[in-house]
Design a protein around this ligand. Structure first.
Ligand SMILES: [Fe+2]
Length: 449
């Protein structure tokens, strides 16, 4: 039997005890919050896309082996306006709504002027985010709605734009061990300088942590009028990973969508002929690492994991070869394709990327034995190594490797290190009087007789 994705949900607003079969571990105490679309039609009108549905929040509270469940619709301004009008009057990504469809072209033209920079919905049906000690129901617009995570009561509406220059914001933030929240958004309306903004909301126990949000770094957009769409990003102990994929939002098309009678989703375009740019940003300095990494065109919605190992940033994503996943969730398509059983849509692909990021270590890799030897020293950054063979040497690594090394500790000298070509063990070092600087390539000229 298939699921009817367009059926409106009903609330279960009083906490009800669920029937437990089996035994829930004693240590499992707490509340699981879930969020997602729950209302798909109001009066005679319906949303076109499943993601557009008005938010239904659900909670499952685990206490002493028992589970209680409740669910409530998010009382967003969107919900209130739609219910008061008994029709859908607020646009969502996949549904452009016209408050009064009887009005003519002139009326539309006037209203259009108010929609060139759209006032987005506050129907936060995608996720919950914790900022400080407060919880918010979110989608990807500049509006989020504070909620009580235990009663599921809808509280005040918060506009990111009052605190940060972001028009669109990811609903998949990261949290560090101290409880600080890191999230990123796109700024599309600041003097034509479209950029991506990574920000930090501190783990403050008081209300209003978002007021203390600070921008950690900004990444300029490759194409000002067509910023990349992204749904999540990666974070390791020391780096942010942002995939600037050729799945883009056309701002000009967006500004005219209302007038043209098309939804905002139609302003997203995938450009398979373009590449994907991976930005790796140092969390401490807020600067991108110098090397740029490119890969083929792909569409990524969800990052899976990210960590660091041996001077590399390693991250996993679910990648698609085009953007047809979104189209799969149009309610008309879901009806046609018997739920999500349609095989014609693109399949997900688990991909791991391994990116070298640290230049404080040099290594020798034996391609036959797959063994590696390294040389490194704390706070020291070696240059490109140059191998100098021993005259009449017996093997290809018989000789020394010379590296010039800069020292980042003020007052400590820079030096030239001479390493054994076989073992990479240090044979000698020569401290220089002046400063050494980061360089690129070099050449050794042996003395001739
Ligand atoms: Fe998601």
């Amino acid at each position: 039997m298939s699921i009817d994705f367009s059926k409106n949900a009903t609330e279960c607003s009083e906490a009800c005890r669920a029937e437990v079969k089996g035994s829930i571990p004693d240590w499992l105490q707490g509340t699981l919050l879930r969020n997602g679309p729950g209302i798909f039609s109001v009066g005679e009108t319906s949303y076109e896309h499943w993601f557009d549905g008005m938010a239904l929040m659900t909670s499952f509270t685990f206490k002493d082996g028992e589970v209680t469940h409740r669910s409530k619709f998010l009382r967003s301004d969107t919900y209130k306006a739609n219910m008061a009008a008994n029709r859908i009057v607020v646009s969502e990504m996949g549904t452009m709504a016209y408050p009064d469809p009887s009005k003519n072209f002139i009326f539309k033209a006037i209203t259009f002027l108010n929609h060139t920079v759209p006032d987005f919905t506050d129907n936060g049906a995608s996720n919950f985010i914790k900022y400080g000690d407060e919880y918010f129901a979110t989608s990807e617009t500049n509006y989020i709605r504070r909620v009580d995570p235990f009663t599921l009561e809808t509280l005040e509406k918060v506009d990111y734009l009052k605190h940060l220059p972001v028009n669109l914001v990811s609903s998949h933030p990261h949290y560090d061990k101290e409880g600080n929240t890191y999230n990123m958004g796109t700024c599309i309306a600041e003097k034509g300088k479209t950029k991506y903004v990574v920000f930090k909301v501190p783990a403050l126990p008081d209300k209003g942590a978002l007021k203390k949000a600070e921008v950690v770094c900004t990444v300029p957009c490759r194409s000002l009028l067509t910023p990349s769409y992204y749904h999540s990003f990666g974070m390791t102990d020391n780096y942010f990973i942002f995939i600037e994929q050729p799945f883009k939002l056309d701002i000009l098309k967006m500004a005219t969508a209302y007038m043209r009678g098309v939804n905002w989703a139609s302003c997203l375009k995938f450009c398979p002929e373009e590449n994907t740019l991976i930005h790796v940003i140092d969390r401490k300095t807020g600067k991108e690492i110098e090397t740029k990494y490119y890969t083929g065109a792909m569409v990524v919605y969800h990052h899976v994991n990210a960590f660091e190992e041996d001077g590399h940033v390693i991250f996993d994503v679910i990648a698609y070869k085009d953007n047809s996943l979104y189209n799969m969730f149009y309610l008309s398509k879901l009806k046609q394709s018997n739920g999500l059983q349609d095989d014609s849509y693109v399949k997900p692909n688990y991909r791991r990327f391994v990116i070298p990021v640290r230049s404080d270590k040099i290594g020798k890799f034996d391609t036959e034995t797959k063994k590696m030897v390294y040389w490194s020293e704390e706070n020291c950054f070696p240059s490109e190594p140059v191998f100098v063979p021993r005259p009449n040497g017996e093997s290809e690594d018989d000789g020394v490797v010379i590296v010039s090394v800069t020292n980042s500790v003020p007052g400590q000298s820079c030096f030239i290190a001479v390493l054994d070509g076989k073992t990479f063990k240090e044979v000698a070092r020569a401290y220089v009087k002046g400063q050494l600087y980061k360089d690129v390539h070099g050449f050794f000229i042996p003395k001739t007789n």
